[in-house]
Design a protein around this ligand. Structure first.
Ligand code: ADP
Ligand code: MG
Length: 508
């Protein structure tokens, strides 16, 4: 549990996240202009009359965008609303040509209603995080302040690209329901899970560095054990897991200090200062009234039939939660291992490829992947980065096929664990070929021939009469000493469990 020590009491943190993901679609949510606004596209070439709000232009809802929202909603176990509305959220800013953002009002259920996802809690157990809603809205343009010493520019390419805003839920009326985020690490795990669900569904690239995923971070603190929620602050537009964690921790400590000094926290909108990892007050929080929300008269209510929802449900791929359940139930993996292996869809695909449907391989593959390969992600065949940087003559990559072969050879007593590690290191050093080929080349075949092992054991026993004496009089801890010497005598090639067995028998 994440707590902050105070002078008289410990404090816990309550976190609410509003996550925006940029939805993948060829055209924008209410216009036919291309939704491709990436920085290589020339500014203001992907915005049409609707996007820049020329008088008389009318929005037309993009069906594909609605389907994306439904897919995501199903992916977070949410109730999809059969009826939802669009409203205008009004404010003035140069990046908002309409003078309002078309969004979905919070009071009516937006297209995606109450849902939940599961993350690994700080105690290592699965934890449900409740989601209040996810609604469709328009993204704004991009202001450019760095192109000219005295002028600012606006690039409208991003205007009107669809965003899905996903808001976590705090059950104010039912404080015993603790399905919300309570630590910086849980916030990161929640965001990563949202990212992987969005990616698995093809709903968004959900890439923070690229800006296709951003989060507003609401933080409050309260004495450990207290059931009421205190005033929160909101730090907007965060675009890195690391900054989010730093901001939460800083903000929580700031609030604790205020309370400990007898003050009160005011409901402000904060700014995160990247340079020193601090937060500072940007403005006092606006409320819904300030935005003068009203139903958009240019758009009809959105009607979605149950048949439509079911049709979309049938197209859903396996999502990380289902993958985890499969690993636990079918492969017998632990919750922890299952969580690690589903951190990204790339990893779970890699793992599934290595397992190749052979359940008996799964545990060993998981162990190797988590304890050995995760230490060298740059050498795993998971991202294309490896091939970009690698010397073309020396692919230092471990593929799923490599690991499958290795695990099978260990299981078949062809090589032992120590030799397997050496083979890995050879591959990472640029060695090529199948695991069998490398093992042959370096004479790493394991000795399972009991005759050869027996004679090595006999020799070790003959050379160490004192230890034999001690072992026989009860110092059984010496077993390791004998095993070690036999392994040394066989150049590390003996099968350790066979060695163990023979020594025990001979010294009995
Ligand atoms: P708004 O839209 O005005 O920012 P919402 O009520 O929609 O406010 O809440 C935004 C987010 O803040 C939600 O994720 C919610 O759970 C969270 N939140 C609300 N109250 C608190 C609180 N006391 N502490 C932490 N988070 C909170
Ligand atoms: Mg908000």
């Amino acid at each position: 549990m994440f707590t902050i020590k105070g002078k008289t009491t410990d404090w816990e943190v309550v976190i609410g996240l509003e996550t925006h993901i940029e939805v993948l679609s060829n055209s924008k949510i209410f216009s036919g202009a291309s939704a491709d606004y990436n920085p290589t596209v020339a500014p203001n070439t992907q915005a049409c009359m609707v996007d820049v709000a020329m008088p008389g232009m009318l929005p037309v809802l993009n069906k594909h965008c609605v389907e994306q929202a439904i897919k995501f909603g199903l992916g977070i176990n949410a109730k999809i609303s059969n009826h939802s509305k669009f409203a205008r959220k009004q404010y003035f800013y140069p990046d908002l040509p309409q003078g309002y953002q078309i969004s979905q009002p919070a009071e009516d259920p937006p297209v995606v209603g109450r849902g939940w996802i599961e993350i690994m809690g700080d105690d290592g157990n699965p934890k449900k995080i409740f989601i209040e809603r996810a609604h469709m809205e328009q993204d704004a343009a991009k202001n450019k302040h760095d192109m000219h010493p005295s002028k600012s520019f606006v690039d409208f390419n991003r205007t009107g690209v669809m965003l899905l805003e996903i808001v976590t839920f705090l059950d104010i009326k039912n404080p015993e329901n603790n399905s919300y985020i309570t630590s910086p690490d849980e916030a990161e795990r929640y965001l990563r899970e949202i990212r992987e669900i969005a990616r698995a569904l093809g709903v968004s690239k959900a890439n923070m560095e690229e800006g296709s995923m951003r989060a507003d971070v609401n933080v409050s603190v309260r004495p450990v054990g207290s059931k009421e929620f205190r005033t929160r602050t909101e730090t907007k537009n965060m675009v890195s897991f690391k900054f989010i964690k730093t901001a939460i921790e800083y903000e929580a400590r700031r609030q604790v200090e205020i309370y400990e000094n007898g003050g009160t926290v005011s409901q402000d909108t904060m700014r995160y200062n990247q340079g020193d990892g601090t937060t500072s007050v940007q403005r006092s929080k606006e409320n819904a009234l300030d935005y003068r929300y009203f139903p958009d008269p240019d758009l009809l209510e959105l009607e979605i039939s149950d048949e439509e929802i079911e049709r979309i449900r049938k197209t859903m791929p396996e999502l990380p939660a289902a993958t985890r359940a499969r690993y636990i139930n079918e492969f017998g993996l632990t919750e922890y291992d299952a969580a690690r292996l589903t951190e990204t869809t790339d990893i779970s695909k890699w793992f599934d490829t290595a397992v190749g449907g052979k359940k008996e391989r799964a545990k060993a593959v998981a162990n190797w992947l988590i304890s050995e390969l995760f230490a060298h992600p740059e050498n795993m065949d998971i991202t294309n980065k490896i091939t970009e940087n690698a010397d073309p003559d020396a692919p230092r990559i471990i593929t799923p096929a490599n690991l499958a072969e290795l695990v099978d050879m260990i299981a078949g007593n062809e090589i032992n664990g120590k030799q397997a590690k050496e083979i890995f290191i050879k591959i990472l050093d640029g060695e090529r070929g199948t695991i069998h080929e490398i093992a042959d080349k370096y004479g790493m075949k394991q000795i399972t021939d009991t005759g050869a092992i027996e004679s090595a054991v006999d020799e070790v026993i003959a050379n160490n009469p004192a230890q034999v004496e001690q072992y026989k009089s009860g110092k059984v801890g010496l077993l390791g000493f004998f095993v070690g010497n036999v392994m040394k005598a066989t150049g590390g090639k003996a099968n350790p469990s066979v060695v163990n067995e023979i020594i025990r028998k001979k010294l009995a």
